[in-house]
Design a binder for this molecule. Structure first.
Ligand SMILES: Nc1ncnc2c1ncn2[C@@H]1O[C@H](COP(=O)(O)OP(=O)(O)O)[C@@H](O)[C@H]1O
Ligand code: SF4
Ligand SMILES: [Mg+2]
Length: 325
């Protein structure tokens, strides 16, 4: 294989309104190599979920649709594969853990049955499916896999359900795992356990992982690279350590300063980020962060910056270099 394992190129997603088509995701580029762990970070509404759903062609269409751009898995253009291949890719090559686990588990079926059905749909025999289900439930740290296998979803705790969801995603040994805020509903200890678990499994299988979250702190120690999204675009892309030490976009800087434990000297900057993110469909010209940016200059109101190389693997969509802040 040459080139990235998963590549999103110039992705634009629109929403059909009565008289127009508004753009919600406005030109996302991402190249994920095999074995890489990425954090996709941004406030609620920044377009993270829609971007991930479009990878598997799962956008609710209408009103949503991909306006332009390309999605390639191992070189294959996913927009043009037939339904049969698409089903193989979904949950086989690329598995997704969704934001709300209860919407993707069937409440009327025992957990084991659901896992086995998924495995059988991807080619396992009934006996293989059963054995793999037991293995994978154990792998995700469920201490009594037999009990979980024979339980209905409502008989399990939130933490157990979350592990079942991860088990389901991992069962087919995907090459890419997309986890869309899978731990938001859980307490912090369980969040960490789940993240560490996936990291351990990832190290032994070499799959690529995309962690989608609104919380930069959650992914800090667990991903190699971070893409920060704002108003439907990536505004900064960088290696994790570099991003934490030298953010090159004012929004990233503000996110870092809002993390618990950030120095109190930075608190005043946090207040400046205040207010709410803009509606990506009503941006007008200029940088979408300008209303909240303490460093905005005239140019920021008239034209929107593209991602620019800031050195050492960092890219930022900002007119001003950090030395000018
Ligand atoms: N089915 C939908 N219909 C209309 N608007 C939607 C729909 N899904 C998402 N949106 C809008 O698209 C924007 C991006 O949503 P989303 O990708 O879910 O953001 P995130 O995952 O970053 O919180 C939001 O402003 C949201 O309100
Ligand atoms: S382009 Fe201007 S408004 Fe936007 S983040 Fe940079 S300095 Fe702030
Ligand atoms: Mg989301």
């Amino acid at each position: 294989m040459s080139g990235p394992l998963l590549e999103i190129r110039d992705l634009h997603i629109g929403i059909a309104r009565r008289h127009r088509n508004d753009e919600i995701v406005r030109g996302v580029d991402l190249a994920i190599e095999a074995g890489e762990k990425w954090g996709i970070v941004g406030e609620s509404g920044s377009g993270k979920t829609l971007t991930m759903l479009s990878v598997l062609r799962l956008l609710a269409s209408p009103p949503l649709s991909v306006l332009r751009g390309e999605i390639r898995f191992d070189g294959e253009d996913l927009a043009h594969v037939d339904d049969r291949r698409l089903r193989e890719v979904r949950g086989g090559d690329i598995a997704m853990v969704y934001q709300d686990p209860m919407t993707s588990l069937n409440p009327l079926l025992r957990v084991g049955r659901q896992l086995e059905e998924t495995l059988k749909a991807h080619g396992a025999s009934p006996a293989q499916a059963q054995a793999r289900t037991r293995d994978v439930l154990r792998q995700v740290g469920l201490s009594d896999p037999e009990r979980v296998r024979t339980s209905y979803p409502h008989q399990l705790s939130g933490g157990m359900i979350q592990r079942v969801m991860i088990a389901m995603a991992l069962a087919t040994s995907p090459r890419v795992l997309i986890a869309d805020e899978p731990t938001t509903a859980l307490d912090v200890t369980i969040q960490r356990q789940i993240l560490e678990l996936v990291t351990a499994l990832q190290a032994s299988t070499g799959m690529a992982v995309l962690w989608v979250t609104h919380d930069l702190g959650v992914v800090a120690s667990l991903v190699d690279k971070v893409a920060v999204m704002y108003a439907g675009r990536i505004v900064e892309k960088a290696h994790t350590t570099r991003l934490f030490e030298h953010p090159t976009h004012p929004y990233t800087k503000a996110l870092l300063e809002s993390l618990p434990g950030a120095g109190s000297a930075h608190r005043s900057a946090l207040h400046q980020i205040g207010s709410t993110p803009p509606d990506p469909t009503r941006l007008g010209a200029g940088c979408p962060f300008r209303e909240r940016c303490p460093y905005a200059v005239d140019q920021c109101a008239s034209s929107e910056p593209a991602l620019m190389d800031r050195g050492q693997g960092s890219f930022a969509a900002c007119w001003k270099e950090p030395s000018q802040w």
